[in-house]
Design a protein around this ligand. Structure first.
Ligand SMILES: Nc1ncnc2c1ncn2[C@@H]1O[C@H](COP(=O)(O)OP(=O)(O)OP(=O)(O)O)[C@@H](O)[C@H]1O
Ligand SMILES: [Mg+2]
Length: 269
C-alpha cells in the first residue's frame, strides 16, 4: 500500500469525555444498562434525534449516545423519495454491535437497549478521547497519523457497510479517537433485506482474518445473535451478502493475486 495515500469514503464533531478506558465490553454494557442518567444534551451535528446523555453509577461518570428512532416507510417523514421498505430503527445499533463482535472487528462501540423517556432506545458507549469525526478530518484535510493502519481500517469499514447494506455511512458516522482508531456509529439505516451488494466498487481490499470469518459466518449463529433486533429476512440477507462479498474477493484474488487484495490488520489486534 502506498504511503500517504489516504482512503476516504467520499465525503463530523468530537467530544472528549473522561471514561473507564480499560473496561471490558461486559463492564461497559453493565454500566450502560444500570447507571443513572444524570443529564441529557443534544448530540452535535445530528438530525435524527440522537441524545448524548451523561450516566453515573456513583463512582464512574461516562456519556452515551442514545437513539430512540423507530421509523418504517409508513411513518417516515421528509421530502426524499421513499425507499421501498424503509426503516430507521434504534435496535439496528445493537445488531451492528453484535455483528461487529461476531467478526472480531471491535470497531462499533458497546451498545445496549434500555428505556429512555418512556421509549425503548439504544445506548452506545461514547467513544473515549475523540479526536474528530471523519467528516471533520475530510473537510480540514488532516492526514491520518498512521496512514497504513488508517487505510486498512477504512477498507474494513467499506466491507462492513456492504455486509450490513448501510444506507447512511455519512462521514459524521465515523469517529476517530486519539490513537487514530476508527469507530463506526449510527447504524439505524442499515440492514436492508436485499441480497445484493450495494456498492461493489467499495470492495477493493480485504483483511485476511475478516475474509475467513465472512467465509465461515454461520447462519444459525447469526440468527441466534440477531433475531431479537432484526427480522429473519434481514438476517438471511446478511448471510447472503457475506457469500457475495467472499465470492467477489475470491475472484479478485484469482485475478490479481493475494498480495494485491489481502492484508493483515486484525491479526495483530
Ligand atoms: N458513541 C459516540 N461516541 C462519540 N461521538 C458520538 C457518538 N455518537 C454520536 N457521536 C457524535 O454525535 C454526532 C451525531 O451522532 P449520530 O450520527 O448518532 O446522530 P444522528 O442524529 O443520527 O446524525 P445523522 O442523522 O446526521 O447521521 C456524530 O457525528 C458524532 O460527532
Ligand atoms: Mg449520524
Amino acid at each position: 500500500m502506498q504511503r500517504n495515500t489516504v482512503v476516504a469514503l467520499g465525503l463530523a464533531a468530537g467530544l472528549s469525555v473522561w471514561g473507564q478506558k480499560d473496561w471490558s465490553d461486559a463492564q461497559k454494557a453493565e454500566f450502560l444498562k444500570t447507571a443513572e442518567v444524570k443529564a441529557t444534551h443534544s448530540a452535535p451535528d445530528g438530525i435524527t434525534g440522537t441524545s448524548r446523555v451523561t450516566l453515573s453509577n456513583g463512582k464512574v461518570t461516562h456519556d452515551a449516545s442514545v437513539q430512540t428512532i423507530d421509523l418504517t416507510s409508513q411513518n417516515r417523514s421528509g421530502n426524499s423519495p421513499p425507499e421501498p421498505g424503509f426503516t430507521d430503527r434504534y435496535a439496528y445499533n445493537l445488531a451492528a454491535y453484535e455483528l461487529d463482535r461476531m467478526l472480531g472487528l471491535n470497531m462499533v462501540p458497546v451498545t445496549v437497549i434500555r428505556d429512555f423517556d418512556g421509549k425503548k432506545g439504544s445506548y452506545t458507549w461514547w467513544v473515549d478521547d475523540v479526536l474528530m469525526t471523519e467528516k471533520q478530518r475530510f473537510l480540514k484535510k488532516v492526514t491520518p497519523e498512521y496512514p497504513d493502519s488508517w487505510n486498512q481500517q477504512m477498507h474494513i469499514v467499506r466491507v462492513f457497510d456492504q455486509l450490513i447494506y448501510n444506507m447512511d455511512r455519512n462521514l459524521g458516522n465515523l469517529v476517530i479517537d486519539k490513537n487514530w482508531k476508527l469507530w463506526m456509529i449510527d447504524h439505524g439505516r442499515a440492514f436492508r433485506m436485499w441480497k445484493q451488494i450495494k456498492e461493489k466498487n467499495n470492495l477493493l481490499k480485504c483483511d485476511r482474518v475478516l475474509l475467513e470469518r465472512l467465509r465461515k459466518l454461520d447462519a444459525a449463529e447469526l440468527h441466534a445473535k440477531l433475531d431479537e433486533d432484526l427480522t429473519k429476512g434481514q438476517v438471511d440477507a446478511i448471510k447472503a451478502r457475506a457469500e457475495l462479498i467472499v465470492k467477489e474477493f475470491d475472484a479478485k484474488i484469482k485475478k490479481k493475486g493475494e498480495g494485491e487484495i489481502l492484508y493483515d490488520y486484525l491479526k495483530g489486534q
